[in-house]
Design a protein around this ligand. Structure first.
Ligand code: NAD
Ligand code: MN
Length: 359
């Protein structure tokens, strides 16, 4: 059996309750999958900062780089007031490991009056450039201060993010065929931009993404290319979320769209993400450290369990990932053992055990 070494970075608050659940689901995967796991516990976060003055210890980065195949990151608390020397460990990790994509699937639990059709979409956000290069400056003029920021879009980053979106569309299509899916959903990548106004930066993103998605292997796999201006996209995403498959976006639009889209499915406790580079992936639930429910044993583990699935997918373990997704969907469809954020009465442990039973 192949052994994958997984770094566990629980961070703060409920990160310390949901990351152990992530480890348990990996340990519970059926041995017929031919996979084994070993784990290494790693520090990061605000507690680590308070103890050591550093939010992301060098040892964590080095261990991930040298020993690990993938990792799970819980959540970190941010200081409420500006704190000298503190900076977000996950942002730093994305940089240090060149995790250039943030991937966020959004999937509905059950039809609702507002959204009768099932929502099942993925937002693929470029994670290294755009306005987030943080090259800002402020200067004075006779009419007061002016502040400016650089929006940088490169062919290389746009091409690799669009290629990843295409790969995801192909993989989703393959899963739909192999599971006899009857939704009629097609493989479509929607390119998000505002090139009617920003013809050079967003124009380059749009053209480069189009070229990447026009590669023959995507075309022969039936991947359709659509594009949409970001503001009208927000409108349509909230009116007809079921009509989307894969959305690819530059950093800023992707950030906004993916946090917004998480609101479509009820609880933050359901929404996973992955930070992905070439050959490495960190699964990360979208929620924060939730100090209001910390220590009560009621944090919903599902966002983390789905993030484990995502990590496995990007490590090439699609079958193991599918087992986790199906077990989670089974728990949600059954609806008997749900955590309080979902209107249920079950704690973290009970939800986890139900999902494990369904593996
Ligand atoms: P939050 O996501 O921690 O919590 C928002 C609300 O959702 C809370 O009521 C919380 O109880 C609930 N919730 C979140 N996850 C849940 C789960 N798994 N199960 C059940 N309920 C859940 O956001 P916040 O309250 O704005 O932030 C709290 C802290 O987390 C802050 O310090 C913030 O900076 C940090 N934060 C970190 C991340 C991250 O690490 N990626 C993301 C967002 C916020
Ligand atoms: Mn965000």
């Amino acid at each position: 059996a192949r052994t994958l070494r997984i770094g566990l970075i629980p961070g703060d608050g409920i990160g310390r309750e949901v990351i152990p659940a992530g480890r348990r689901i990996l340990e519970a995967l059926p041995s017929s999958l031919g996979l084994k796991f070993s784990f290494v516990d790693l520090d990061a976060g605000f507690e680590t900062f308070k103890q050591t003055g550093i939010a992301l210890p060098e040892k964590t980065v080095e261990t991930l780089k040298k020993e690990c195949d993938g990792a799970l990151f819980g959540a970190v608390s941010s200081p409420t007031t500006a704190t000298k020397g503190y900076s977000s460990p996950i942002v730093a990790l994305r940089k240090r490991l060149d995790l250039y994509a943030n991937v966020r699937p959004v999937k509905s639990v059950a039809p609702t009056p507002a959204f009768p059709d099932p929502i099942d979409l993925v937002i693929v956000r470029e994670n290294t450039e755009d306005l987030y290069v943080k090259e800002e400056k402020t200067y004075s003029t006779p009419n007061g201060k002016v502040a400016e920021a650089i929006k940088r879009i490169s062919e290389r980053a746009s091409s690799r993010i669009a290629t990843m979106a295409g790969d995801i569309a192909v993989r989703r299509q393959r899963v739909r065929s192999s599971t006899g899916d009857t939704s009629g959903k097609q493989a479509v990548v929607t390119i998000t931009h505002k090139s009617n106004v920003l013809s050079q930066t967003d124009g380059l993103f749009r053209e480069t993404a189009r070229a990447a998605l026009s590669q023959s292997h995507f075309q022969s796999a039936g991947v359709q290319i659509e594009e949409q201006i970001v503001d009208s996209m927000v409108y349509k995403l909230f009116r007809q979320p079921a009509s989307y498959d894969v959305i690819v976006a530059p950093n800023l639009y992707g950030d906004i769209l993916s946090d917004g889209a998480a609101a479509l499915v009820g609880s933050l406790g359901l929404v996973p993400s992955a930070n992905v580079g070439d050959g490495f992936a960190i699964g990360e639930p979208c929620h924060g450290s939730a100090p209001d429910i910390q220590g009560k044993g009621i944090a919903n583990p599902i966002a983390t369990l789905r993030s484990v699935g995502l990590m496995l997918e990007f490590l090439g373990q699609e079958e193991a990932a599918a087992r986790i997704y199906q077990a989670v969907d089974g728990n949600l469809a059954d609806g008997k053992l749900l955590s309080p954020d979902m209107g249920g009465k079950s704690g973290t442990e009970e939800v986890l055990e139900d999902v494990i039973r369904r593996l």
